[in-house]
Every structure is written in C-alpha cells, then in structure tokens.
Design a protein around this ligand. Structure first.
Ligand SMILES: Nc1ncnc2c1ncn2[C@@H]1O[C@H](COP(=O)(O)OP(=O)(O)OP(=O)(O)O)[C@@H](O)[C@H]1O
Ligand SMILES: [Mg+2]
Length: 388
C-alpha cells in the first residue's frame, strides 16, 4: 500500500494532519516555506512551493502529494503529474479553488446557485453592475485572496481602481469578479471527501460566523438545518439536504480528490448559494477532530491514499469550534493553558505553534455536548481567555 504522504506547505492544516498520520502508521513529510513553521514536526524540507525543482525533489520522496494551501502554481502541478507523481487534488480540480472567476463559471455551468456575478475589467463595467444591483456589490480578486483579503464591498464605480491598476501592472491582464451583496441569514459550510475511485462521504452541514472576513466560530451541525430550503431545481428540501447535494455535485463536477469545503450563503428566502470552494481540510471542519468519528484530517489522508473513507458521524449532538485570533503579543498560547484548562476542563485546546499577532489564527478551542447553549458558552469563554 502507498503510505507516505507529502504535504506542500507547513501551516496549521499540515500540522493537524500529523496526529492521524501517526495513528494510522503512515509516514507524513512536509515541505515548509520557512524553518520553524506550524508543521515543523513533520518537515523534511524547506523551500519555495513555486519553484519546480524544489517541489519535484520533495515529491520524489513520497507516494502522494497533497496540500496545506492552494497556492502551488498550475505549471508546477502539471509538471508533477507529467513526471508521473500522484497529486491529490489534481491540478484540473484545484484550479477552481485557485481562481474565483473560473470557479464562478464552473458553478454556473454545473447548474448550481451562485450570487449574481460578472467578470469586470474596468470601472465602467463595475458601474453598470452597481446600477443594476441597488448601488452596492462585492468585488473580489480572482486569485491570491484569503481571510477576506481580496474581498471588498463597494458602492462607487471607482472603488476597485487600485485592483484594476494592479492587474494591469502585473502584466497578466485578467478580470475582477463582482457579485451581488448577498443579504444572508447566515453562512454555512458543507464538507465532503472524495476518493480517486469515486467514493464520497459528507459531513453534517455547519454554520460559520466570519468576523472581518475571518472565520471566527463554527457550530456543527448547523442549527435548524432540518428547516425547509429551496433546491436548485426549485423543489423544497431541507437546508442540510440541499447543502449536501450541492457539495456532492461540485465534488463530482470538478473531480476533486481529498477534502472539499463548499462555503455557502443561506438567504432570507430560503435559498442556498455557493460562495467559494476549498480543496483541503478547512477551518469549518476543525470541530471534527474532537466531534466526529473521523476527523477531516484523517479523512483527507484516507482520501488521497484512496483508502475507504471513515464515518462522518458526530460523536455528540453539538460541537462548537472557536478560533483563537491573536492573543497577547509576546505571549504564547501555552502560557495561558494552566488558566484555561483549570476553568474549562471540557474544552479541547489546539495550539498551532505560531507566535501571537493581532488577528492571526494561532489556535482553536472545541467543546462538544448535548446542550447547545452550554457548549457555545463554554467554548466562547475558553477562547476569550486566550485572547484576553
Ligand atoms: N457576495 C457576497 N455577499 C455578501 N457577503 C460576502 C459575499 N462574498 C463574500 N462575502 C463575505 O466575505 C467573506 C470572505 O469572502 P470569501 O470567502 O470570498 O473570501 P476569502 O478571503 O477567500 O475567504 P477565506 O477566509 O475563506 O479564505 C465571506 O465569508 C462573507 O462573509
Ligand atoms: Mg471564504
């Protein structure tokens, strides 16, 4: 059996793949961008993921290559495949997690619901979209955005001029995306895992709360996911069923292998719209480490090795995950462990081995249980302790 997984990128997602790799008796190797990153424990190399020779040399030491992030350039990915290296997810799927414009086109082509959107290349085109959408809209860069960077609400046709100029200076040309400003009731995320041989499993749909464009809280499953929603074909179904159906159709439609997260908006009139895709473990699935039979990190390893997938069943009725964002500069998360652990014995504490900086994701806290209000309160209080 293939048993050595190579992860490109040394962030916390790679770090959190290490424990399940150890449990399963696999070998995990990480190519980190700089020494001392989050996944240092499993790092076997340091180098630039944009450099083909670096990535190829690393890839030749493993059975399958997968990712901590989606920034490895297409030409590098294709060169790996051409060299006979197994890459999951493959470049043709990963493209839709790398480029939001191609993603919008693909989602539309698959007949799945998006916010109203358009590709725009100048201020006049933005102005025309604003005029037909009540004067406000969301502009996004197609590539390179994360944690809300590259996403901006505008109400003026000149509100994205700096990005148009940057595109031009970049020399590659290309467009921005403009989307209707969705008046959502809440944001959801649906995760599925897909093996190369086709098996798919789905996690319960979760509710996510973003603060300043950054994921802050996740509740699994999403409360009231059993309520009625409108499916893409107009028929009524539950929110949970509609979300699962969308994610399965995306997974099959783009041929993703490994974990897929579909970020969704639930609208006031009961529609579920696709926001964006991630093809790797995702912040919305961190709850599964402590809350599900198979964590998203173990599932990702199983999927990229084409092993049978694990049960996605929650271990308890509710799980709440809160990100620790920042925390006191100059202190580590561990400095606070004694106090948090004493006050919140049921909270599971996860530190990413990163230095605290304002707003930076340095860890998370998960609490599971049967009473949602109690679980939420405990998780929030434990996370607040870290940030205070
Ligand atoms: N069309 C929209 N209407 C309303 N709000 C939006 C829209 N698009 C994005 N947002 C808000 O901005 C957040 C970030 O947008 P998006 O997910 O596209 O960016 P990102 O930076 O790639 O995110 P991530 O943090 O997941 O990497 C969304 O979670 C949502 O809260
Ligand atoms: Mg997002």
């Amino acid at each position: 059996m293939k048993s050595t997984v190579g992860v490109i990128g040394g962030g916390q997602l790679a770090r959190m793949m290490i424990p399940p790799a150890v449990s399963l008796g696999l070998t995990i190797k990480v190519l980190e961008e700089a020494p001392g990153m989050s996944a240092e424990l499993a790092a076997t190399g340091v180098g630039d993921y944009r450099d083909l020779d670096t990535v190829l040399a690393f890839a030749r030491t493993v059975d399958v290559v997968t990712f901590d992030h989606e920034h490895v350039p297409q030409h590098v990915l294709h060169a790996l495949v051409d060299a006979g290296i197994t890459v999951h997810p493959g470049p043709d799927a990963l493209l839709y997690a790398q480029d939001k414009l191609l993603m919008r086109q693909k989602i539309t082509e698959l007949g799945l619901p998006s916010p109203d959107w358009a590709a725009i290349s100048n201020a006049d085109e933005l102005g025309a979209f604003l005029e037909s959408h009540g004067g406000r809209a969301v502009v996004k860069t197609a590539r390179g955005g994360y944690d809300g960077k590259g996403v901006r609400v505008v109400d003026d046709k000149n509100g994205a001029d700096d990005w148009f100029i940057a595109l031009e200076e970049d020399g590659r040309g290309g467009s921005l995306i403009v989307e209707e400003l969705v008046d959502f009731v809440r944001e959801l995320a649906q995760q599925v895992a897909r093996r190369p041989s086709g098996e798919i499993v789905a996690y319960p749909v979760v509710e996510t709360v973003q603060k300043g464009g950054v994921c802050a809280e996740v509740t699994a499953p999403a409360p009231t996911a059993a309520d009625t929603a409108r499916a893409a074909d107009g028929t009524a179904s539950t929110v949970a069923e509609v979300a699962r159906d969308i994610a399965v159709r995306v997974a099959e439609g783009v041929g993703v292998t490994g974990m897929l997260a579909v970020e969704l908006f639930e609208t006031r009139d009961g529609r579920v719209l696709v926001n964006e895709l991630a093809m790797r473990p995702h912040n919305s699935g961190h709850w599964s480490i402590d809350g599900a039979v198979t964590s998203q990190f173990e599932q990702h390893l199983r999927a990229v090795l084409d092993l049978p997938l694990g049960s996605t069943r929650p271990r308890e009725p509710w799980a709440v995950m809160i990100n620790v964002l920042g925390g006191p500069v100059g202190q580590t998360l561990q400095d606070r462990y004694p106090a948090v652990a004493a006050a919140h014995p049921a909270a599971k504490l996860h530190g990413y081995g990163k230095e605290s900086r304002p707003g930076r994701k340095v860890g998370h806290v998960t609490v599971t249980g049967t009473d949602l209000d109690a679980v939420l309160a405990d998780a929030r209080a434990a996370a607040a302790f870290f940030e205070g």
